[in-house]
Design a protein around this ligand. Structure first.
Ligand code: TYD
Ligand code: MG
Length: 456
């Protein structure tokens, strides 16, 4: 038998190298390499050919069944999945430890079991009694939900082949191990091997499998990023651990659109859906403060209003400090350069702190105008009316460029009782119905600043 060879894997992104390195050339993280023994190729199990010879099939001969998607009973989760769980799909749910992955999946299992589906929850982290206790806290447990505490994939495979549940949860992939691989559970080779086995089981038995993957920082445990290419759908759970809301974001979805988000609130009785996230995000907004403006970003198909705050103070050292929380730091720097050069704001002597209130992360260019207005308002110390929403992409010449879905953004502002919307002039033609709000079309950032904070 060929000898097992030893290689080094970046535990963050899965980059493979023959020797140890301090920094990963792929993801640029430091100190993430760990040595792992990999078995010679032929021994890799589960992915071998099964049954007869492969035969190509005509695409028109393949039948599509009506019941391909199963609703989860949680509207926000259905939305990010693209309408429900696709039969035989492999879904990865990543997120920091303690963010609520197990809670969400347990709630999903309860709903599915209550709707008459066969559901198996396999946990490698908690004992059966602990899971039951958590389930009791969330609500009563239905009959058809089966639990299993197991970490050996060989055993799990046998159980799945025998029980054939419709939906199965693996919590978490980092605790699972296969006997075929000698490295420790949680290492890149183990996590990949385990996912490979689950992939084959999902496709051959038609079981939809949810895999939980913890996002880790210490480098000892492989993160979910190393699995993204193997699974059908990748969802990430985000949110401040100390804030109560959580955002579930689809970053890859073979059966639906990405960038779709679901918003939840963590309460003592588990996760609850937030049906109107804009209202939730805008809670506790200060009245009449300078440096605050409401912007509108579209996440997937849903417009979301958020408050952008900017605080400008005179810098006490030669070098001004710039900080961005909840958005891209370089984007903020770029917008400040545009404000300085194209709008005549002398920001060079100011420290600037930009924050998206509520702890949510937004990267859509449509919030550019909101950031620019917040900075300008903070710099001039002139408040912008709390009834204004702004959106638009800002270009380097100080122009405000069109963004998609202008109509939806205006409608969301109208729905939440705002009376004015500042939008790119080029987006005006796509707004058919203003819903009673006043529209201020702008061509340049300077026009927007003048319109909202008065002429300088
Ligand atoms: P959990 O689902 O165990 O996180 P993960 O599986 O992602 O590691 O979530 C645990 C956190 O959620 C924990 O800090 C307690 C909190 N929590 C509540 O606030 N309310 C609840 O009803 C439950 C079940 C958990
Ligand atoms: Mg958990």
């Amino acid at each position: 038998m060929a000898k097992a060879k030893s290689v080094f894997f970046c535990q963050n992104c899965g980059y493979e190298s023959a020797k140890w390195m301090g920094q990963c050339p792929s993801c640029r993280e430091w100190n993430t390499f760990a040595e792992e023994k990999v078995p010679p190729r032929s021994a890799s199990s589960g992915r071998g050919r099964e049954g007869s010879r492969p035969v190509p099939v005509k695409i028109t001969d393949i039948e599509i069944r009506e019941d391909e998607r199963t609703g989860t009973g949680i509207g926000e989760l259905n939305r990010v999945l693209g309408g429900g769980i696709v039969r035989g799909s492999l879904i990865l749910i990543g997120g920091d430890p303690g963010i609520g992955k197990s809670t969400l999946l347990l709630q999903t299992c309860r709903n599915l079991a209550a709707a008459g589906h066969r559901v198996l929850y396999i946990s490698g982290e908690e004992s059966l009694r602990q899971i039951r206790m958590r389930a009791e806290r969330i609500g009563t447990s239905p009959d058809g939900l089966y639990l299993l505490a197991e970490t050996n994939l060989g055993d799990i495979r046998e159980v799945l082949e025998k029980e054939k549940p419709e939906i199965c949860i693996i919590d978490s992939i980092q605790t699972m191990y296969s006997d075929e691989v000698s490295s420790a559970p949680g290492s890149v080779s183990q996590v990949r091997e385990a996912t490979g086995i689950l992939l084959v089981l999902a496709k051959t038995l038609g079981i939809s499998i949810f895999i939980v993957g913890h996002v880790t920082k210490d480098g000892a445990v492989a993160g979910p990023r190393v699995l993204e290419h193997m699974v059908d759908t990748v969802l990430y759970f985000e949110g401040e651990r100390h804030a109560s809301y959580r955002i579930l974001r689809a970053v890859k979805n073979r059966f639906g659109s990405t960038n779709e988000i679901g918003v939840f609130e963590m309460r003592d009785t588990g996760l609850h859906e937030v049906l109107n996230p804009s209202e939730y995000m805008l809670n506790g907004r200060p009245e009449g403060a300078s440096g605050s403006v409401v912007a509108c970003s579209v996440e997937g198909t849903r417009p979301l209003l958020v408050e952008i705050q900017a605080l400008l103070v005179r810098t006490s050292f030669g070098m001004p400090r710039r900080t961005a929380v909840g958005t891209d730091f370089n984007r903020v720097n770029l917008l400040m350069a545009v404000l300085e050069r194209r709008c005549g704001l002398d920001l060079g002597g100011c420290d600037c702190y930009v924050n998206i209130a509520g702890g949510i992360r937004m990267n859509e260019p449509a919030i550019d105008l909101g950031i620019a207005l917040a900075v300008a308002s903070g710099f001039r110390d002139r408040p912008i009316s709390g009834k204004v929403v702004a959106f638009g992409e800002v270009g380097l010449s100080g122009e405000v460029r069109a963004v998609s879905q202008a109509q939806q953004r205006v409608a969301e502002a109208a729905k939440l009782g705002f009376d004015t919307v500042v939008l790119p002039a080029a987006s005006m033609k796509s707004v058919r119905n203003a819903g009673g709000v006043r529209l201020i079309p702008v061509e340049r950032v300077r026009d927007a600043i003048d319109a909202l904070t008065g002429k300088s």
